[in-house]
Design a binder for this molecule. Structure first.
Ligand code: AVJ
Length: 323
């Protein structure tokens, strides 16, 4: 069984991009939200990143799921899995398989902003799990949580946010996001969260500034997106990729540093922007977590952590919390 709801049109996305670019390039310091990395090329580059020797998070999370998915499924005891930011689906299948073995799973609700990608991957899940009711939702899960088809059959729900997607948000919006998730759940429901952990800064920086330069290409790709979508004339080769560990905030920052004094025109916004040599545009934060801090944040949103799993190296965490 398969259906797809579209809560987000191409026009909504275009408006959001215009708003974010206009605000971000006129603020000091300049910044852009990371969600605009992911056009077709950006999504393919991210897939390449997940296979890099330096980028451990995807492998570490997969290892946890390979070892613990049955425990997770037993603890969640859920009728529906709602996955926010559903990605390419390898990890999802480990979870779905375990939940199916557990025996209660009837519904899968993958939610993503990228409609084409979501439709293709959700459709494949529906084919491979013929007894599962697959209800895909195209939406911005930071804003449209209230529109989700939660609890259509009355059973227990699990909401999953994997891949350390949550690390892209600053603490304020992150707290609001966690509260929003809590507000669509009821007692007995659970929240499964994948979160990357604080570790040696050299390893963190290497994970976001790989030797082959794939992450640098991914970072610069946001400029290609703005060129194409908003008629801008960025020359991506005039920007260097920078990854830096912010010790105080405990997050990785990715930045694009202008190599020269330059002037950029964003035609569709009627906007001209100057970059001085060495000036940096922040393109992403990727927050890293500690168990105590995460418990506190979850608690602040009304969740009680019940399970905590890491990979054998202690690099990445999966936690299950009760609503
Ligand atoms: C998809 C947001 C989890 O923060 O590690 C990877 C994105 N950026 N390399 C991350 C990313 C650079 C990734 N997330």
């Amino acid at each position: 069984m398969f259906r797809i709801d579209r809560n987000l049109t191409a026009d909504d996305l275009d408006k959001a991009l215009r708003r974010d670019v206009a605000a971000g390039l006129t603020s000091t310091p300049k910044q852009l939200p990371p969600k605009w990395f992911y056009d077709e090329r950006g999504s393919a580059l991210f897939e390449d990143i997940t296979a890099l020797p330096e980028y451990y998070p995807t492998r570490a999370e997969r290892t946890i799921l390979e070892r613990r998915s049955d425990e997770i499924a037993d603890a969640a005891d859920a009728e529906a899995l709602i996955e926010l930011g559903s990605g390419s689906g390898v990890k999802t299948r480990l979870l779905l398989d375990a939940m199916r073995r557990h025996g209660t799973l009837a519904r899968f609700v993958p939610v993503d902003v990228s409609g084409d990608f979501l439709a293709a991957s959700a459709h494949k899940v529906a084919e491979d799990y013929p007894r599962l009711d697959v209800h895909a939702v195209v939406g911005d899960f930071e804003h449209h949580l209230g529109l989700l088809p939660v609890r259509e059959n009355g059973g227990r729900q699990t909401i999953a946010v994997l891949g350390s997607t949550i690390g892209n948000q600053e603490p304020g919006p992150r707290a609001a996001f966690l509260r929003d998730i809590r507000s669509v759940l009821r007692p007995g429901d659970t929240f499964l969260l994948g979160a990357d952990l604080v570790k040696d800064p050299d390893r963190l920086v290497a994970a976001y500034d790989d030797a082959q330069g794939v992450t640098a290409e991914f970072d610069r790709n946001v400029l290609n997106v703005i060129n194409r979508e908003l008629g801008a004339d960025f020359d991506p080769s005039e920007f260097d990729h920078v990854a830096r560990w912010n010790e105080k905030e405990e997050w990785i920052e990715m930045r694009l540093r202008s190599r020269v004094d330059q002037h950029v025109r964003i035609a569709d916004l009627d906007l001209e922007v100057d970059f001085s040599a060495g000036e940096e545009l922040r393109t992403e934060i990727s927050a890293k977590f500690r168990k105590e801090g995460l418990i506190r944040e979850l608690d602040g949103a009304g969740f009680a952590l019940t399970h905590w799993w890491t990979d054998p190296d202690g690099d990445f965490s999966l936690s299950l919390s009760a609503a």
